[in-house]
Design a protein around this ligand. Structure first.
Ligand SMILES: NC(=O)c1ccc[n+]([C@@H]2O[C@H](COP(=O)([O-])OP(=O)(O)OC[C@H]3O[C@@H](n4cnc5c(N)ncnc54)[C@H](O)[C@@H]3O)[C@@H](O)[C@H]2O)c1
Ligand SMILES: [Zn+2]
Ligand SMILES: [Zn+2]
Length: 370
């Protein structure tokens, strides 16, 4: 057991605070990782606001790179000193999804069995709920060994750590869930870290046109740099009409995009995505709605009449062991600009300020350097 500094959300809506936590030595199948960097994802804010569940106190942070410090018994493919990106999909290999060769849908992903706890104060000993089973706004964290994906140690930690959540979720929403490829059109509604990653992934896959939609002009500028061929400011223009117009100009007879990604997590933007796709097109919901939100009222005949598919995408339907090293390779070759996602490097005490900047659209990612 050792004690380290970490960032916790103690109760619903309260600002995050720095606390000392106990990190157990790794047991069988576990690893302790010295965290190098951890991005601030919108999902951390959802946790703090009680939008995910009520299992406070949370140990926030889940988009991280680090170096393995120690491993427990039965860990054979990981060793102290390995440079890793942490993932929240350590697949079990035994459930029905894994057995049928679709491990990206694993029903029983692994997290550490032992609990990290608060070390000080009246509630010392209280078990922490690590965000997405990771909890990496901490000098060190305890995870299941399968949550550590080894990648090229020459890569910049702050950049490749983002593959641990938002960037992978976005790229995978386009490439894995949406199956975007050359000769297909795509529109992405919401251009934060996740949406811009979907745009970068679509560019990698050769899609055209790639239409970025946001209500914030700053985000649209970034979208252009990362591969958007067209941008639509939906605070000024109707995004459905614009997407139909742009796709129609590119492909004769097109009446929308082949794939539309919703990367905001709201009913009204999902409805835009629904009506902006072409016949037999695909909608991919990657934004996370809150539990009170409902599917907007849509005539069932419109669902039937348009065919195609309405999907959601958890973590970009990725397999970390397959996708992280491949994307780090493309980054190292200069074909995927992960550095562009790192707007600023900040300290462990700056997370509330980073949430604030996220709200105002000032950053793609603030990355905590530990
Ligand atoms: N499915 C997954 O596995 C997964 C993983 C990570 C994050 N997420 C979710 O994805 C969403 C986006 O995350 P992020 O980190 O990019 O957040 P972010 O806050 O950085 O970006 C959200 C973007 O949406 C834009 N936006 C807000 N309202 C809009 C509207 N009405 N129309 C168009 N654009 C609008 C904002 O201007 C901003 O650019 C969040 O809901 C987050 O929880 C999902
Ligand atoms: Zn499984
Ligand atoms: Zn995340």
């Amino acid at each position: 057991m050792q004690q380290v500094k970490a960032v916790i959300a103690r109760s619903k809506g309260a600002p995050v605070e720095i606390a000392t936590i106990n990190v157990p030595d790794p047991g069988p199948g576990e690893a302790v990782v010295k965290v190098l960097t951890c991005g601030v994802c919108h999902t951390d804010l959802h946790y703090r606001e009680g939008g995910i569940n009520d299992e406070f106190p949370f140990l926030l942070g889940h988009e991280a790179s680090g170096v393995v410090e120690s491993v427990g018994a039965e860990v054979t493919d990981l060793a102290p000193g390995d440079f890793v990106v942490l993932n929240w999909r350590a697949v079990c290999g035994e459930c029905r999804a894994c057995k049928r060769g679709e491990a990206q849908y694993c029903f029983n992903t692994h997290n550490a069995t032992q609990k990290m706890t608060l070390a000080d104060g009246p509630d010392a000993g209280t078990e922490l709920s690590p965000a997405l089973g990771i909890g990496a706004f901490a000098e060190k964290t305890l995870v299941a060994a399968g949550q550590c994906t080894k990648v090229d140690s020459e890569a910049r930690p702050a950049a490749v750590g983002l593959l641990g959540c938002g960037v992978m979720a976005g790229i995978g929403a386009a490439i894995n869930t949406g199956a975007i490829t050359r000769g297909r059109s795509i529109a992405v509604i919401g251009c934060g870290g996740v949406g811009i990653a979907a745009i970068a992934g679509s560019a990698l896959a050769g899609a055209s046109p790639i239409i970025a939609v946001d209500i914030d002009a700053k985000k649209l500028e970034t979208a252009k740099r990362l591969g958007a061929t067209h941008v639509v400011d939906s605070s000024k223009l109707d995004p459905v009409e614009e997407i139909k117009r742009i796709c129609g100009e590119t492909y004769e007879g097109a009446d929308g995009a082949d794939v539309v990604i919703e990367a905001v997590g709201r009913p009204e933007t999902w409805k835009q995505a629904f009506y902006a796709r072409d016949l037999a097109g695909t909608v991919v919901l990657v934004g996370v709605p809150t539990p009170d939100m409902k599917i907007p009222e849509i005539p069932l005949i419109d669902v039937f009449g348009r065919g195609g598919s309405l999907k959601s995408s958890w973590y970009g339907d990725c397999l970390p062991s397959r996708d992280f090293p491949m994307l780090v390779d493309l980054y190292r070759q200069g074909r995927l600009d992960l550095d562009a996602f790192v707007t600023e490097e900040i300290g462990i005490g700056d997370i509330e300020a980073a949430f604030e900047k996220m709200h105002h659209g000032d950053v793609l990612r603030s990355v905590v350097v530990l």
